[in-house]
Design a protein around this ligand. Structure first.
Ligand SMILES: Nc1ncnc2c1ncn2[C@@H]1O[C@H](COP(=O)(O)OP(=O)(O)OP(=O)(O)O)[C@@H](O)[C@H]1O
Length: 247
């Protein structure tokens, strides 16, 4: 495997708060990589830096060997690097298929035009992916009427509409009941194995991340505390003291 994301010595402060300090890590192509750490340890800030949501103070971020730390969100998205959020971002009044169709990015037209111009291939792809995440039967329902877990599955399918190379997932299982969590894990693993999508996942649910990740990074107080396989991380005394002891 080779590195698809290379974060080197990245720092980012908000006023006096050092949210990320001298962080270096790599995400291997084709891997499922985990990012854990206590609340406020800088995980979301790092994701935001990688996808271009805000400029970094220093350091370098490379995607497929190319420096991306000065690029804007849509430019990075066009390269195939996308993220999802802790809170779902769906349109509750639209049905699932409509949500899928408007998730195709960078259209320089109104929503109405966007619907008119969707190609049959895009519609077919939307339905295929809704089937993939188990929402095909519900495709004509308003997204707002779905359970929170189903909305997360919809959001995942919306991200897949853009055919990402790498998907950054911010707490994908937060707020989802255990049955749906298992379904989501299964779908994520499938997307990784069968579609070859590299996954970089922030997750507080240890059962989930230990079960999925090839490699895990742990942050604490904005710094990289430890890295290793799930087994190494679980047995790392620094991680236990800073984080796992409370979980
Ligand atoms: N836009 C911002 N403005 C000011 N401070 C911020 C901003 N974003 C993050 N911070 C601060 O940076 C630190 C790291 O926050 P961040 O959200 O990255 O942590 P996290 O590990 O993702 O936490 P959680 O697990 O609770 O989501 C916190 O002290 C937070 O208050």
């Amino acid at each position: 495997m080779s590195a698809i994301i290379e974060v080197s010595h990245v720092s980012k402060s908000f006023g006096g708060v050092k949210a990320n300090e001298d962080i270096s890590l790599t995400v291997e192509k084709g891997s499922i990589t985990g990012l854990i750490g206590p609340n406020g340890s800088g995980k979301t800030t790092l994701f935001n830096s990688i996808v271009g949501y805000h400029p970094i103070d220093s350091g370098s971020i490379r995607f497929e060997g190319r420096e991306i730390s000065k690029l804007l969100v849509p430019e990075i998205a066009r390269l195939g690097l996308l993220r999802t959020f802790q809170q779902t971002r769906i349109y509750g009044k639209m049905n699932c298929v409509e949500n899928m169709l408007i998730s195709i990015p960078h259209r320089k037209m109104t929503l109405l035009e966007a619907f008119r111009r969707n190609t049959p291939e895009e519609r077919e792809r939307a339905e295929h992916l809704l089937h993939f995440v188990g929402l095909y039967e519900k495709r004509w329902l308003q997204a707002g009427s779905l359970s929170f877990g189903q909305q997360k599955l919809l959001e995942f399918a919306m991200a897949l509409m853009n055919e990402p190379t790498v998907l950054l997932l911010d707490e994908p299982t937060a707020g989802i009941n255990p049955t749906l969590i298992n379904g989501l894990i299964d779908r994520l693993k499938h997307a990784n194995r069968e579609f070859g999508i590299t996954l970089f996942i922030i997750e507080h649910n240890m059962r989930v991340i230990m079960n999925m990740a090839d490699r895990i990074y742990c942050l604490a107080h904005g710094r990289l505390l430890a890295e290793g396989t799930p087994e190494e991380i679980q047995n790392d005394q620094r991680v236990i003291d800073a984080y796992l002891g409370a979980h």
